[in-house]
Design a binder for this molecule. Structure first.
Ligand SMILES: [Cu+2]
Length: 196
């Protein structure tokens, strides 16, 4: 009897700590999917997630569609020698068998553009992800930072909380700038992901 109670309690606690269950299709598992909270008036958003390939062959993320937005594309972000953040579109992202691809702040992300109404904080936004092998997976993205995603970002960048907030702020400004560039140089960006 005592074991039963302990077991129930453990379940209850873990439900509270894990806000979203993984999304699955074929050998692909999606976890920790979240979208950065949007400032009012913003029309672009950045989405992050962890993709695990549980199969024995490589798969590729080849496309995305976000509800309430015009487009969702794959982007890679780098910081150049002068400390300037740059983003470039990617045609796809490969996930090797047995590997987890972390799409996290400071690296690869989903660039969601033409958002009709800024996504409401703490809501879930459905994004359809298309994989070469696994097909499509509709995944709820939580608007706001997952506790786990936060830890990952802090861990990989070794930054204090304040610095992190500054970076988030810069990132948002950059997303707005990027939206303008996209409008002007859309054709110029095509095939830009081959110059790595
Ligand atoms: Cu981007």
């Amino acid at each position: 009897m005592k074991t039963c109670l302990l077991f129930l309690r453990a379940c209850y606690v873990s439900l509270l700590l894990l806000p979203a269950t993984p999304s699955l299709a074929g050998d692909i598992m999606i976890e920790n999917a979240w979208i950065r909270e949007m400032p009012s008036g913003a029309e672009v958003a950045a989405g992050y997630l962890d993709i695990t390939n549980q199969g024995s062959v490589a798969d590729r993320l080849i496309g995305a569609e976000a509800s309430g937005a015009m487009s969702a594309t794959l982007h890679h972000m780098t910081i150049d020698d002068n400390g300037v953040m740059r983003m470039r579109p990617l045609e796809n992202l490969e996930i090797a068998p047995g590997e987890t691809l972390h799409m996290a702040p400071g690296g690869n992300h989903l660039m969601i553009m033409g958002v009709n109404e800024p996504y409401e904080a703490h809501s879930d936004v459905d994004i359809i992800l298309t994989f070469e092998q696994a097909g499509t997976i509709t995944t709820p993205f939580f608007v706001g930072q997952h506790a786990r995603a936060n830890n990952d970002a802090a861990h990989s960048q070794s930054m204090s909380h304040d610095q992190n907030q500054d970076q988030n702020h810069n990132m948002e400004q950059m997303l707005e700038n990027e939206q303008m560039k996209h409008g002007q140089n859309h054709q110029h960006n095509h095939g830009a992901n081959t110059d790595d």
